[in-house]
Design a protein around this ligand. Structure first.
Ligand code: ADP
Ligand code: MG
Length: 701
């Protein structure tokens, strides 16, 4: 083999032929030695401990047991045909089950044989068993040699497994790499930082993560690599933030003018909460510095973000600028449009709505009034980032429910003006701090942490299917008091047909229980045209109907204060943030509001936690933390497309502390040395020279 380096193609590694190399590339994107080194184990198995059969239960992870085969038999027919082996130790006995490779296993395992079994126990019908365990003949001598330790487990795929590249096979390849000169693995973090946080070198860490000799070494390796991941994300984010403030001047909203003041003193129908006032002040300070504002506005459902958005727009208008709001759906854009029109009244400022279904002639009029500056505020969907939409002088762009939009869309709004407009990003639901620091780490953050006065906390109840009559009775009682009720069904793509059946059956049951003429029902679902949806929504808004049966199209933004009951069908199938969003549709008026979560009796462990969390708390921040723990950041809505989150080891739910330390360190570095010019920061400077920062801001010129 010629000289090896980090970028040596993986086919040059002992044990990897052409065929396996192709598979590694295709299945795991492993092209080079370096890629293989960076394919970290996702878990380790403690091979130092053996469980007794009495201790085994279905909640344990992969474990190992030493026992003796008592009996074996093949039972069942066709698909259910399986080999069942009774295993016994001095504490009890249990079953091992094989559905595949019966013959092979049958040949190896004989009554009386002592074996080491390795696998994941499951509970089934009150009995514990392990399906398809790994089995080795028990060899006490081998155990004494102490070669059992932390065994890495690597991600693999079906195809790789068929070609001897299961977890063990991959481990083998890494062993073949051990001759690899460690000096080629270059350090990326300056020495003074390593020393400060007692971090081991990169080379040591990569070795330690693949071949830990003990838990301590593994912990040190993992800590170093996690720190590195989080540190460089923060370095990129905060550097972008810094570059932006250096590069772009911002529109100056120097004065609080006539529109803002008039709105505040004679149109605003309520007192602002202290939190709303504080946020407005933060925005006010930020928009008069001559630097572009990039701010994230977090606030729970119903905390009153819309009015803050409106008043910020009035601030822009008072200073001679236009403003826009971009919302993720047509319904939500329309809702913003209506509530803002309602708040400002006629002839106060010029407001228009632009969505995919805006008619051609209206579109033309809007385009013209944007260009001649007569239109002050434009509200719309992503239709408003399309090229024909040109502003005369866009000073403020607000993005609602940001986490459905990608970074690229944010960037498009920037280019709508020669001086980039101030940006205010509003999230639909609170997101956990760690996620905010990572996804929006380049933004300043404002939080509305207070609900408007007089809101009664929503009471949440979880009922099972067999309590449906109780639920109907409750609906009747609330409707008799003059309230309105939402009934929401999940509509999840993969099983759409089935969901539609549920929805239809549900509508029928409700129509029977709530017959005309006493009761009237609105129905809204995704398959309807926008106009039909709107018509049905309006009937409900005007209180012509008392019940709104809907799929999750009402998830965001809808505001009907008289609706005080939210019933969520099949609630176990919704994610936590969605449940919280839905619940936020009620509790907007002065009445006591209720949320009823209907579910089947068969709940998964996670499903149970979700529903319990909803019953326990109304606090969106607490709910989002639980959501993060349950699902991991990659599954939190909107994080996938962000690309900021391709973390290999770090876990935003668990590694808050490392993240905070890394971020603080980066902040300190930029404060002391914004250009990364100091000798000690040379590695960091190189980091930006070598690779393109992954974020799109650099496309904006
Ligand atoms: P969200 O933050 O979920 O977007 P909205 O802006 O839709 O919340 O506000 C929810 C409801 O609360 C609206 O009906 C709004 O008019 C009302 N609201 C907002 N701020 C206040 C306040 N300070 N006092 C009373 N009601 C308020
Ligand atoms: Mg809102």
């Amino acid at each position: 083999m010629a000289e090896i380096s980090l970028i040596t193609p993986v086919e040059y590694l002992k044990g990897v032929g052409q065929h396996k190399a192709e598979l590694l590339k295709k299945e795991l994107s492993i092209f080079t030695f370096q890629d293989l080194l960076y394919h970290y184990p996702f878990r380790y198995i403690d091979r130092t401990r053996f469980y007794k059969i009495r201790e085994v239960n279905g909640s344990l992870p992969l474990i190992q047991i030493i026992g003796r085969v008592v009996s074996k038999e093949i039972v069942g027919e066709k698909q259910a045909r399986r080999l069942v082996v009774q295993l016994r130790d001095d504490t009890g006995s249990m079953e091992l089950v094989w559905f595949r490779a019966l013959k092979w296993i049958d040949r190896i395992l004989h009554p009386g044989l002592a074996i080491v079994v390795f696998g994941k126990p499951t509970d089934f019908n009150g009995k514990v068993s392990i399906s398809h365990p790994e089995v080795e003949i028990y060899n006490p001598a081998a155990k004494k040699l102490g070669n059992l330790s932390l065994q890495p487990v690597y991600n693999s795929t079906e195809k790789l497994k068929q070609n001897q590249l299961d977890s063990k096979g991959i481990q083998k390849l890494l062993e073949n790499l051990t001759g690899f000169p460690v000096s080629l693995i270059r350090e990326t973090i300056p020495e003074y930082i390593l020393n400060k946080y007692h971090l081991i070198s990169r080379a040591q860490a990569i070795r330690g993560v693949h071949f830990p000799t003990d838990q301590q070494e593994l912990d040190a390796a993992v800590r170093r690599l996690k720190f590195e991941e989080l540190f460089f994300i923060q370095l990129k984010l905060l550097r972008n933030k810094l570059l932006r403030t250096e590069k772009f001047r911002g529109c100056v909203f120097g004065k609080v003018g006539e529109k803002f003041n008039e709105f505040y003193s004679s149109k605003l129908p309520f007192d602002l909460t202290n939190a709303q006032k504080r946020v407005l002040k933060e925005i006010r300070i930020d928009t008069q510095r001559g630097v572009q504002m990039n701010r994230l506005l977090q606030g729970d459902v119903g905390s009153g973000k819309t009015v803050v958005a409106l008043m910020t727009m009035l601030l822009a208008v008072d200073n001679g600028y236009q403003a826009c709001i971009m919302a993720p759906t047509e319904i939500l854009a329309r809702q913003h449009y209506l509530s803002i029109q309602q708040l400002v009244g006629v002839d106060f400022v010029q407001v228009e709505l632009l969505t995919g279904s805006t008619k051609k002639k209206d579109r033309k009029r809007i385009h013209e009034s944007l260009l001649d500056g007569s239109l002050n505020i434009l509200i719309g969907t992503h239709a408003l980032i399309e090229d024909p939409v040109q502003f005369q002088n866009l000073g403020l762009a607000i993005i609602d429910e940001q986490h459905r939009f990608g970074v690229e869309q944010r960037a498009k709004l920037w280019r709508k003006n020669s001086v980039p407009p101030h940006m205010l990003v509003m999230t639909a639901t609170p997101i956990p701090r760690t996620l905010a620091m990572t996804l929006y780490g380049d933004l300043d953050v404002s939080v509305i942490d207070e609900l408007p006065a007089g809101r009664k906390p929503i009471k949440t109840l979880h009922l099972y299917e067999n309590q449906r009559l109780r639920m109907f009775g409750f609906m009747r009682q609330e409707i008799a008091k003059g309230r309105q009720v939402y009934v929401v069904y999940p509509l999840i793509k993969e099983s759409e047909k089935l969901d539609l059946l549920h929805l239809e059956a549900g509508i029928e049951a409700i129509s029977r229980a709530f017959p005309l003429p006493e009761f009237r029902i609105s129905i809204v679902h995704g398959k309807m045209s926008a106009a039909d949806k709107e018509f049905e929504m309006q009937r409900f808004v005007k209180h012509e109907t008392q019940i709104m049966v809907a799929t999750t199209v009402i998830e965001v933004g809808v505001n009907v204060p008289n609706a005080s009951v939210m019933i969520i069908e099949n609630s176990e199938r919704f994610g936590l943030s969605q449940l919280h969003q839905l619940r936020g549709r009620v509790g907007r008026g002065a009445e006591q509001s209720y949320c009823i979560l209907m579910s089947t009796n068969k709940l998964s462990a996670d499903g149970k936690v979700r529903l319990e969390t909803m019953v326990r708390t109304n606090d969106g921040f607490e709910i989002s933390e639980t959501d993060l723990k349950l699902r991991g950041p990659g599954n939190i809505e909107g994080t996938q497309q962000s690309g900021v989150l391709d973390l290999k080891l770090a876990d935003l739910a668990q590694d808050q502390q490392i993240l905070q330390v890394a971020r603080n360190e980066v902040i300190a570095i930029f404060e002391a040395d914004p250009g990364l010019e100091a000798e000690e920061n040379q590695l960091l400077r190189e980091y930006f020279q070598v690779r393109q920062p992954g974020i799109h801001w650099n496309k904006i010129s």
